[in-house]
Write a protein that binds this ligand. Structure first.
Ligand code: TXA
Ligand code: MG
Length: 330
């Protein structure tokens, strides 16, 4: 039943992105339920961030390791400031990029109404204000912080449609709001913004160039083995994994591979992230096309080959996801 912990199998309600659907979602959140909802990046699996049992159910439904903290979603900067302490640099980033595809890791305010499980015991919180009408309406109506990781089983490809959510989590969550396809298509940039420097814990649509423009600071991309970087527990090497083996930066794909092209491609690739070589379009298509390629590869050699993507702008985030998808599985 909705809102009760301990049950693994339940009916997942399909909700419309209208006032009635949003009211039902909020009702489920109030009862400790799990509701997947659209944002401009990917679909999130939301629960009341102040309810420890509800948050525990997120980890259970996803099979997510408990050391990997969740992003807390709020409707605006004012709500974010109640939960965490902003440095002047963090303030500038929030004003420039919220609502939008950016999460800020900040020191948690004492007494913030977010349960410890959300931040996996860290004394920081990752906060985000999504730029999506439905997400915004939900967060306003709920009136409290909502913890929401991407709405996929842990380690698998993030969902950019409600159908993707149901592929992975049908029967394990209370409801999904179908708001159509996500426009950005990659998870938010996760930034640790201190007084005088910014570290990119996860690259996304807010890029190092964007950060420099707004703060004047050269942001550094954290690497897993980077001891000096703030803890970024979610950056496991193998992530976003399709079932098939993935070859990246493949200019000359093996004949049996399912080819995912980018830009003008010789021969006839079945799938192309962006025939015109547009990185924004490629990001929006990436996860859906990896899923489609995975389904086709299952019927063939079990091999996917993706064309080279330039390591500039949004290409940095696309290549980050592709490298993880290609990493050896643990
Ligand atoms: O676009 C997004 O960010 C989506 C939508 C739903 O908002 N959410 C998402 O959540 O991608 P998730 O759980 O899949 O990724 C959250 C990332 C993880 O890499 C996690 O380790 C990191 O954020 N994170 C969360 N809290 C953190 C913290 N306090 N310190 C460092 N990293 C944190
Ligand atoms: Mg995720």
């Amino acid at each position: 039943m909705s809102g009760e912990a301990g049950t693994d199998t339940r009916q997942t309600e399909r909700l419309a992105p209208d006032p009635a659907g949003c009211a039902r979602a909020v009702e489920l959140w109030r009862r400790g339920g799990l509701v997947a909802f659209p944002t401009e990046t990917v679909y999130g699996l939301g629960a009341d961030a102040g309810n420890g049992r509800a948050v525990a159910r997120i980890f259970a439904a996803k099979g997510r390791p408990r050391f990997n903290p969740l992003i807390v979603h709020v409707p605006d900067i004012v709500a974010a400031c109640r939960l965490a302490v902003f440095s002047p640099v963090a303030e500038r980033l929030a004003e420039a990029f919220w609502p939008g595809p950016m999460s800020l890791v900040l020191p948690r305010r004492p007494g913030a109404p977010v349960c410890d499980l959300v931040s996996a015991g860290l004394d920081s919180l990752a906060l985000r204000v999504p730029a999506h009408d439905v997400a915004h309406a939900l967060l306003e109506a709920f009136g409290g912080p909502v913890a929401a990781p991407s709405a996929n089983p842990s380690g698998r490809i993030s969902p950019t449609t409600a159908a993707h959510v149901l592929d992975g989590l049908d029967g394990r969550i209370d409801a999904v709001i179908d708001g159509g396809a996500c426009t950005v298509g990659l998870e938010s940039s996760v930034l640790a913004a201190a007084e005088d420097h910014v570290v990119i814990l996860r690259p996304g649509a807010v890029t190092a160039e964007d950060i420099r423009r707004v703060t004047g600071l050269a942001a550094r991309i954290a690497h897993a083995q980077d001891g000096a970087a703030p803890a970024s527990p979610g950056r496991l090497a193998s992530h976003y994994a399709p079932r098939a083996e993935l070859l990246i930066a493949s200019a000359d794909p093996p004949p049996l591979a399912v080819h995912v092209g980018f830009g003008a491609v010789a021969g006839e690739p079945g799938l192309n992230l962006s025939p015109s070589g547009d990185l924004t379009e490629a990001a929006a298509n990436l996860f859906a096309m990896l899923r489609e390629a995975d389904a086709r590869a299952g019927l063939r050699a079990g091999l996917i080959a993706v064309s080279p993507i330039p390591e500039t702008g949004l290409g940095v985030a696309i290549n980050d996801r592709l490298r993880r998808a290609a990493a050896p599985r643990s």
